[in-house]
Design a protein around this ligand. Sequence first.
Ligand code: ZN
Length: 191
Amino acid sequence: MCHALLRDASFWRFLQLIDHDLAEQESAGGCPACGAPLHRADYPRKPRGVPRALFGPDGVRRLSFCCARDGCRRRMTPSSVRFLGRRVFAGAVVVLACALAQGLSERHRQRLCERIGVGLRTLERWRRWWRRDFAASAPWAAIRARLATPVEEQALPRGLLERWGEAFSATSVVGLLRLLAPLSRSVRARG
Ligand SMILES: [Zn+2]
């Protein structure tokens, strides 16, 4: 099931449209530091865990902006549903792999990793991230406050996916990726 979604070109096109909307909204007010106009300054990324054929040999463009004013020049990289922070794997892979791994023995987690093309140590790091870093984050506190019935931190991310119905449907995965999108936003001086 997860394979079908990760290989579905229309799923990725939909995520791309959402990313463009997020970029438009977040760049509309100009530079977050000084208010000057922002210029597009996208950069290439090659997200892993997704068939290359879906994106072409050059990968995809991470939407990004640079402040036009000399002396500021900050780079604003907007929220994203395709990428999850600086991880090399696409956000959907991180979400699906961790949700599928819940309740599996280590041997079965190993098999899952082989299917998705993720190392077991990477998967274990992502799992710790959900339970420890994400569970302690401000976005999670905000999400948790809006939930009618609580989701235990130990049940992340699957417990959260199930809020939208079937855990591994496109609706659930897109819903969760939208909640995670602000984690990928950054504003930094250009080094
Ligand atoms: Zn600026």
